[in-house]
Design a protein. Structure first.
Length: 200
């Protein structure tokens, strides 16, 4: 590879840290494009809590949480407390869950969803950086930029909306602890859902 090719690769590669995401360590920064064509970086939200939600609207497990209004309720609850909510689509073109910006905006409207941004990770680089395995897969970053929770949204691994009320909502519990100035007791849980539809 000559120097010109190397420079071109650097110029056209999305901004992604090379350090993997680890609990209680600084969350790797990244920059992705939102549905309005704007570049959004995690570091833009320094000083705020940030929820990362990996999503795929065709996944039954995602449909469970949106069809029941569970995900929207969480989005509303925490956005009202100045928490940033980033929904990330890592589905590659041609794979389940891939959508255009227009389709993503329509989904947000149709579902009465309230993310701060919907972000596209079509090459999967950010998903792999965070080891995102399923949709949904949830993460919480604190105002100091440290990763404080990673895993499932709740404790019952099913696609049945009837299970939501019976489950322990890990994301909600983690956020309540952090906003109360306490440490998260359960910092990692095994995620459940559909596999993220990466390019490879």
């Amino acid at each position: 590879m000559n120097i010109k090719t190397f420079v071109l690769i650097l110029l056209f590669t999305p901004l992604v840290s090379f350090a993997k995401a680890n609990i209680d360590k600084p969350a790797p920064d990244f920059a992705l494009t939102n549905t309005m064509g704007e570049e959004v970086s995690l570091s833009n939200f320094s000083g705020k809590y940030v929820v990362l939600e990996w999503t795929n609207h065709l996944c039954p497990y995602v449909q469970k949480h949106y069809g029941s209004n569970n995900m929207q309720s969480l989005q509303t609850k925490y956005k009202e407390q100045d928490v940033v909510w980033l929904s990330i689509i890592s589905s590659a073109p041609g794979k389940q869950g891939y959508v255009s910006a227009e389709q993503a905006n329509q989904l947000t409207k149709d579902r009465n969803a309230y993310p701060t941004h919907v972000l596209f990770d079509t090459d999967g680089s950010v998903g792999k950086l965070y080891s995102a395995k399923t949709t949904p897969h949830m993460y919480v970053v604190d105002p100091d930029g440290k990763l404080r929770y990673a895993g499932a949204i709740d404790s019952i691994k099913s696609a049945n909306p009837a299970d939501i009320a019976k489950a322990d909502n890990y994301l909600d519990v983690a956020m309540q602890a952090l906003l109360s100035g306490k440490d998260v007791v359960t910092k990692t849980t095994p995620p459940y859902g559909c596999s993220v539809k990466y390019k490879s």
